[in-house]
Design a protein around this ligand. Structure first.
Ligand code: NDP
Ligand code: 8X3
Length: 251
């Protein structure tokens, strides 16, 4: 039977690359994002693959519920959910960061991910079959200046993934948290509210991870034998490491 894979945030970066990777493997796809023109582009690029594209804001619970309710025949039994939609906004210290940005990150990275999970899990449990792959981050483990709420949302994703496993231990459902480090996509352009020069500077002089690197890992965790669960994958480019603990010294 052909597996159905649902990918949020498929209009760019990791999500787009995951759609290409799973399409190459002959999976049936549900691709989700807010930008309709990108969804149309993705659909055109993937050609003959069975694909259901949904223009959806994951922060909107009733829209998520409607999306699940209205899934067309052939796309209802989702085998893999890639909870990838997410964003960082700003890099200011906690005392000067934008509260609107904080709310947006919490609503997208935490609440949106919970909405998709909660709405799709009952079907997976009823079928005793499924895999939830959450897009965490190294920022969920290692703090850095200005990471404040973004890092905290990814720490939520890490712990939520582990808690899901405990709730689902009586089932065949798998849960994986992918935790990438520096990767080049539209991530920094979004973080810096469209400032291309600031975004480019993030990757200058580095060889960052590419979306295709992450897509390979996301695909791989679905291909191990059914009794094996890859709980978490932390991945950084070779040019990155975790920093030393900081000590402030008076001059
Ligand atoms: P991109 O900005 O390239 O892609 C983000 C995707 O999320 C887009 O498809 C965007 O689609 C979608 N998205 C954002 N908000 C919403 C929303 N409210 N509803 C639906 N879709 C939404 O970034 P990446 O591919 O790099 O990021 C993907 C995930 O990986 C994120 O969760 C990010 O936090 C995480 N990550 C990224 C790293 C990096 O360095 N790049 C490292 C570690 C983790 P649209 O705008 O069309 O809605
Ligand atoms: C994205 C990686 O280090 O920019 O989650 O926060 S980082």
């Amino acid at each position: 039977m052909q597996e159905t894979v649902c990918i949020t945030g498929a209009t760019s970066g990791f999500g787009w690359a995951c759609a290409e990777r799973f399409a190459a493997d002959g999976r049936r796809l549900i691709v989700i994002g807010r930008r309709a023109e990108r969804l149309a582009e993705l659909r055109a690029q993937l050609g003959a693959v069975p694909i259901h594209a949904v223009e959806l804001d994951v922060r909107d619970l009733s829209a998520v519920e409607a999306m699940v309710r209205d899934l067309p025949e052939g796309f209802r039994d989702i085998d893999v959910l890639v909870n990838n939609a997410g964003l960082a906004l700003g890099l200011e210290g906690a005392h000067e960061a934008s509260l609107a940005d904080w709310e947006n990150m919490i609503d997208t990275n935490i609440k949106g991910l919970c909405y998709l999970t909660r709405c799709l899990l009952p079907g997976m449990v009823a079928r005793n079959r499924g895999h939830i792959i959450n897009m965490g981050s190294v920022a969920g483990t290692y703090p850095y200046p200005g990471g404040n709420v973004y890092g905290a949302t990814k720490a939520f994703v890490n712990h939520f993934s582990r808690n899901l496993l405990t709730d689902l231990v009586h089932t065949r459902i798998r849960v994986t948290n992918i935790e990438p480090g520096l990767a080049e996509s539209e991530f920094s352009l979004v973080r810096f509210h469209g400032d291309q020069r600031r975004a480019d500077a993030v990757y200058q002089g580095t060889e960052p991870l590419r979306p295709v690197d992450i897509a390979e890992i996301v695909h791989w965790v679905t291909t191990v034998p059914p009794h094996v669960n890859i709980c978490a994958v932390e991945v950084m480019p070779v040019c990155q490491s975790c920093g030393p603990l900081a000590v402030h010294r008076e001059p």
